[in-house]
Design a protein around this ligand. Structure first.
Ligand code: PLP
Length: 359
């Protein structure tokens, strides 16, 4: 056999591999709080819809996602041409990069932020420009605006930010957008929008309406509990929305996903009630952690962040031993999803015990 291997694009060299959240270890008391998933299964009615779609799995899905786009356009009061779906909002983000950036171009985003950004940016061939969060775990929007050059093509703004949970107030975001040139695409990644309760945080779709260079990303993976089906969407003006239609993986969103998404939008009240419960749990978890003595930034998402520095790995090990999988970022901190009440209880007990063991 030849010792030559197929030549791959140089852009792939050194790409950080996406690390999925650790699975729950087997056993009765194992909880997975590592991937910001919704702990609850789809609603019974949504599952019935899915089952009906599964029965037609010998057919390709509707490539144009007609019903889902119509439902979303109606729900958000936007032209249907301005909505584009993809294989999760990560899939849509990758299409946005394919549409805007390549070798020699720059993509700006805060760091630490969503782990997919550096990976999909590098695959595109463009260069990542990472702007450190402030000491308060906030986006440093002044520094991000100052980082714009004539090579900048796209800016990700993760609001609220994964993994810190901190959200950007409307006034700050508007001031930032005013400073970004009109020919640079700003992607407001709002994967956790439904968990936001701080009224100072603007709905990105309001900003999109007046700003042609703003694109909003949303997903069915978190609040709607369909992470396993891979469906997300963007709301954007032309020509960005048209570019998303061009770069879509053909038949990428399965019919099961499309139908489940439509059914979920139609059962929104029941789903958002569950979200309300998770928000209440987020408030409880935050309050108890603070009472235990931890420093916890105020999260507007379905997870909390503890900046633990060099205690990160030990803390994660203690949680794993207790049967709770969390997401450590070695040397930085841990992100802990808000899960079922029992999972949150077990996590809080473990955090309290860890703290006691340190003194
Ligand atoms: C979870 C998450 C997503 C959603 O990803 P999907 O591909 O839609 O499952 C997007 N952006 C951020 C910041 C996230 O945390």
């Amino acid at each position: 056999m030849s010792d030559k291997t197929p030549r791959l694009r140089g852009a792939l060299e050194g790409i950080p591999t996406y690390k999925p959240g650790r699975a729950a270890a087997s056993g009765p008391s194992a909880y997975k709080l590592s991937s910001n998933e919704n702990p609850y299964p789809p609603l019974p009615g949504v599952m019935e819809t899915m089952a009906a779609s599964v029965a037609a799995a010998n057919r390709y899905p509707d490539m144009a996602c007609t019903s889902l786009l119509a439902e979303l356009a109606d729900r958000f009061d936007v032209p249907v041409e301005h909505v584009a779906t993809g294989t999760g909002s990560v899939g849509v983000a990758q299409q946005l990069l394919q549409s805007t950036a390549g070798p020699g171009d720059e993509v700006i985003y805060a760091w630490r932020s969503f782990e997919a950004y550096p990976i999909i940016t590098q695959i595109s061939g463009a260069t990542s420009v990472q702007v450190p969060l402030t000491d308060d775990e906030e986006h440093d929007l002044d520094a991000m605006a100052a980082a714009v050059t004539d090579r900048t093509r796209l800016i990700f703004v993760c609001n609220p930010n994964n993994p810190t949970g901190v959200a950007i107030p409307r006034a700050d975001l508007e001031r930032f957008l005013d400073r970004v040139p009109d020919d640079v695409l700003v992607v407001l990644d709002e994967a956790y929008r439904e968990f936001v309760r701080d009224e100072r945080v603007v709905d990105g779709i309001d900003l999109y309406r007046e700003r042609p260079n703003v694109c909003v990303l949303r997903t069915f993976s978190k609040a709607y509990g369909l992470a396993g089906l891979r469906v997300g969407f963007a709301v954007a003006h032309e020509p960005v929305a048209a570019a998303l239609r061009k770069t879509a993986v053909p038949f990428g969103v399965s019919q099961v996903a499309q139908d489940a998404a439509v059914a979920s939008l139609r059962s929104e009240d029941a789903l958002l009630e569950r979200v309300e419960g998770l928000v209440a749990e987020r408030v409880r978890v935050t309050r108890e952690l603070v009472a235990q003595g931890w420093t916890v930034p105020e999260s507007q998402a379905n997870f909390v962040w503890l900046r633990l520095g060099d205690r990160t790995v030990d803390f994660a090990a203690a949680c794993e031993k207790a049967g709770v999988m969390i997401r450590p970022f070695a040397g930085e901190g841990v992100r802990v999803s808000v899960g079922e009440d029992e999972a949150n209880d077990l996590f809080l007990q473990t955090a309290a015990a860890f703290r006691k063991s340190e003194f």
